[in-house]
Ligand binder design. Structure first.
Ligand SMILES: *[C@@H]1O[C@H](CO)[C@@H](O)[C@H](O)[C@H]1NC(C)=O
Ligand SMILES: *[C@@H]1O[C@H](CO)[C@@H](O)[C@H](O)[C@H]1NC(C)=O
Ligand SMILES: *[C@@H]1O[C@H](CO)[C@@H](O)[C@H](O)[C@H]1NC(C)=O
Ligand SMILES: *[C@@H]1O[C@H](CO)[C@@H](O)[C@H](O)[C@H]1NC(C)=O
Ligand SMILES: [Zn+2]
Length: 758
């Protein structure tokens, strides 16, 4: 049933919760699940690249699309958004009924324009490495060798710079390899761009302009003075030799001024390359303990903040650090620069505090316990475009929405930031980055997926006469961005969805319900509410939403739970909600605040199919006598003689049941007569390798474990605990989960009781 929605996704990169829309604000409120779209602006698709600038409606700026109505004789097109009539310019390519313009062909709802008149120079993405030197020797060597590899992958035309930090911040002058030089900044003090320009002697030879903000070569910064700090990757191979570890064993936490280092980095890029695609890549090996945004004191006995502490508002450093990074994100957004965070430490480093700066600039996040871990090394490799792995990294994106005027835009949850362009389409009820119809996306790639929330205007706001002419709502999504080939492009996606209203609207909506999109929208929304509404109770909200949805769309007799019946369009939705309740996004106390922030940053940029795995993982069973087959995500799937492969997106688990583990330990797979067993052991590894390769920019963690080992918890935590302690319907060699949690059946029974007795 979701196939039809996936076909639409293949074509336009859009999944909507409701593909038939309610016609009024009241009807939209009744249906509980928000009207929302998950849109992947740069999704690779069979769309057409047009080598000219788009034709726009002159009053409303909407781009020509298959929904524009054409009058070939008069050479006029009518805009579906504002109904204005526009004349075709005489130069327009091949205008005739037999040969209509490409943009008007019905299959071209998504097209891309490549601008000709802007002659952009060859891309010079800038990578500014900000490297923590306060780590033990071994970690430092891991980091150095990973960076060394990265330098080989960076395209030759890219520009590279280096800042190291610990107690102080050091900006490295790379221009003179024979005479390495560093400029030291006090780790305690924030700097402004002006102070940085002075301290780095940008105006020794040329006089400093007396007015205005200095920004790049235009304002008098000479290319030579910039090239001292930012220079072509080919000239930088020696750069890593100028880095030294700065770790002093002590009975305190090391002094680490992460905040100041990122502040200096932002000012350096702001002074030298404002407005052009640049990434700050921060490699952080421990918590910040000094400067404007420490997350913990240096006293080792002081424990890290937990979710519980945050809930009780009991963390002295937290609010100030969060505010600091919010300020930093504003500066980076203004400059069009991205912050990538590679947090590799056993301790927390402050991802929770830095989250806004990473997410709002569209940066990458990697979380791992060591710079030697394959998660870190593989992730770093995937950032750089290489021939065998291209994630389509792009810069300088601007995302704009226009839609039929009865639709209102509430906001976006995803890697973007409001450009504060308020318009008539903005809803008063804001979700995420709202109150705007344009957003900045400093960094984005092929997979980046935004979740956009819509409202329907209430009756009285709209003009019934105009609306009744068609039963369609129109949406246009425009994404301007700098393609990895350096040129500016505009991706335009225009879609239309039917609306229904009146007596039978409930039935008419059903065929358009996409339960997969719905659960992912609910997941982003519940995470957002948990972060922004202090008194929010996620479990209660999930249960109430599900109960109200089922009561509204289901049929039942009062007090007879067994009479409950609901459209197959909702068949999996209650189960999704059940797994959402148990997921890492809701059960946050099982994780550190850093881990939760990491999960949410990744969730907020993923597409629907990958996000579903985070909620309801897939489970495959391997055994000697059967070919691999998917099995229910249930504790009863654990059985003797089986190997299970779980893909929960963040983690991939290979789980050996007791007998398999026993045979493996006895080395049977090394004996020629047990070739079949060797093949069985190998098969899930091959599948895991395939998944890890194809997963995009987030590299999953591989856990290989045996039944009853402590690592088995990675599997058990994801299974439906249908077999509780004391029950005896488990298969031979099976497992019992001891938990306070209810199983799915019990959850549903309880739910149906509540639904039917109102
Ligand atoms: C969007 O469309 C409306 C008509 O629905 C139009 O009035 C408005 O100017 C458009 N806004 C932008 C920014 O294109
Ligand atoms: C953030 O910026 C505001 C406004 O510029 C300033 O007043 C505030 O002190 C800054 N906060 C931090 C923690 O840097
Ligand atoms: C991303 O897009 C680029 C071109 O824009 C393409 O070459 C690449 O294969 C895409 N990568 C993925 C993983 O889809
Ligand atoms: C979602 O993203 C993954 C990359 O991680 C890609 O392989 C997959 O095709 C995407 N799904 C859809 C439906 O576009
Ligand atoms: Zn128009």
């Amino acid at each position: 049933m979701t196939e039809e929605f996936m076909d639409l996704e293949q074509k336009d990169g859009i999944r909507m919760t409701w593909n038939v829309l309610p016609g009024t604000g009241q009807e939209a409120t009744n249906i509980i699940i928000p009207i929302a779209a998950i849109y992947t602006p740069l999704k690779p698709s069979p769309m057409t690249l047009l080598p000219y600038s788009p034709l726009r409606c002159s009053p409303c700026r909407a781009v020509l699309s298959p929904f524009s109505v054409l009058d070939y004789v008069a050479e006029i097109w009518t805009c579906p958004f504002c109904y204005s009539r526009n004349r075709f310019p005489s130069y327009y390519p091949s205008l005739s009924q037999q040969n209509p313009p490409t943009e008007l062909l019905p299959e071209h709802t998504t097209v891309e324009y490549q601008f000709q008149h802007h002659q952009y120079s060859i891309p010079t993405p800038v990578y500014l490495f900000v490297v923590d030197t306060c780590v033990i020797e071994e970690e430092f060597e891991f980091l150095k060798s990973a960076l060394c590899q990265a330098l080989h992958l960076i395209p030759d035309n890219a520009i590279v710079g280096l800042i190291t930090f610990g107690t102080h911040v050091q900006v490295h002058e790379l221009g003179f390899p024979q005479m390495p030089k560093t400029h030291v900044f006090n780790g305690n003090k924030e700097v402004t761009k002006d102070q940085l320009l002075d301290q780095l002697c940008f105006f020794l030879e040329t006089p400093r302009p007396t007015v205005g903000v200095v920004a790049g070569p235009r304002d008098g910064l000479s290319a030579e003075s910039i090239r001292r700090f930012l220079l072509p990757a080919t000239d930088c191979q020696f750069l890593l030799t100028s880095m030294d570890p700065w770790y002093v064993p002590s009975d305190e936490r090391p002094t680490r001024c992460t905040g100041t280092a990122l502040n200096v980095a932002a000012c350096l890029l702001g002074a030298c390359v404002p407005g052009s695609g640049a990434r700050i890549m921060a490699f952080v090996g421990g918590p910040s303990t000094k400067g404007p945004a420490p997350i913990i004191s240096k006293t080792l006995s002081e424990p890290f903040r937990t979710h519980n502490d945050l809930k009780k508002d009991n963390v002295p450093f937290y609010d100030k650090a969060v505010e600091f990074y919010k300020n930093l994100s504003k500066q980076l957004l203004h400059q069009c620069h991205v912050l990538d965070l590679f947090a590799c430490a056993l301790d927390q480093v402050g991802v929770a505090e830095m989250k806004s700066a990473v997410q709002r600039t569209g940066g990458m996040i990697v979380l791992s316990e060591s710079f030697g871990h394959s998660i870190f090394k593989d992730s770093l490799r995937r950032v750089f475009q290489s021939t065998d792995y291209d994630i389509g990294l792009s810069f300088n994106g601007i995302f704009e929405i226009n839609c039929s005027k009865d639709i209102k835009v509430q906001g976006i949850i995803g890697p973007c930031a409001s450009l504060e362009r308020k318009g008539r389409l903005c809803s008063d009820s804001v979700i995420g980055e709202g109150n705007t119809i344009a957003w900045k996306m400093c960094g984005l790639d092929n997979q980046t997926s935004l979740c956009i929330f819509f409202d329907i205007a209430t009756i009285g706001d709209f003009n019934e006469i105009v609306r009744s002419e068609s039963n369609q709502f129109y949406f246009q999504f425009l994404t301007y961005y700098q393609h990895s080939d350096g040129r500016m492009r505009l991706r335009s996606t225009t879609i239309s969805r039917k609306w229904v209203s009146g007596l039978s609207y409930k039935q008419d909506l059903l065929p358009g319900f996409d339960q997969e999109a719905a659960i992912i929208v609910m997941t982003r929304l519940v995470s957002f509410k948990m972060e922004t509404e202090p008194a929010f109770d996620p479990i209660r909200w999930i249960d109430r939403s599900l109960i109200r949805l089922c009561s509204w769309f289901g049929d039942y007799q009062k007090d007879r739970p067994s009479s409950f019946n609901i459209s197959p369009r909702f068949s999996n939705f209650p189960e999704y909600m059940f797994y959402l309740r148990r997921s890492q996004f809701v059960q946050v106390s099982n994780n550190s605040p850093d881990e939760t922030a990491y999960f949410r940053i990744v969730l907020n940029r993923e597409n629907v199919s990958n996000s579903i795995l985070m909620i309801q993982p897939t489970l495959i069973s391997y055994s000697l006598d059967l070919s691999p087959k998917p099995v229910p995500l249930d504790v009863t799937s654990i059985a003797d003689g089986k190997i299970l492969l779980l893909d929960s997106y963040f983690t991939i688990v290979i789980f050996h049941s007791t007998t398999i583990a026993h045979w493996r330990k006895a080395g049977y797979h090394k004996q020629t007569e047990f070739e079949a067993f060797a093949a069985l052991l190998q098969a899930p590894h091959n599948e895991a390798d395939r998944i890890i390769k194809e997963r995009g920019s987030t590299v999953p963690r591989l856990v290989i474990c045996d039944q009853y080992s402590s690592q088995a918890r990675f599997l058990l935590a994801k299974l439906n605990p249908s077999v509780m302690h004391g029950s005896d319907n488990r298969p031979p060699g099976g497992e019992v989960i001891i938990t306070d949690d209810v199983g799915f059946q019990e959850f549903m029974d309880h739910l149906l009781q509540r639904i039917t007795n109102v």
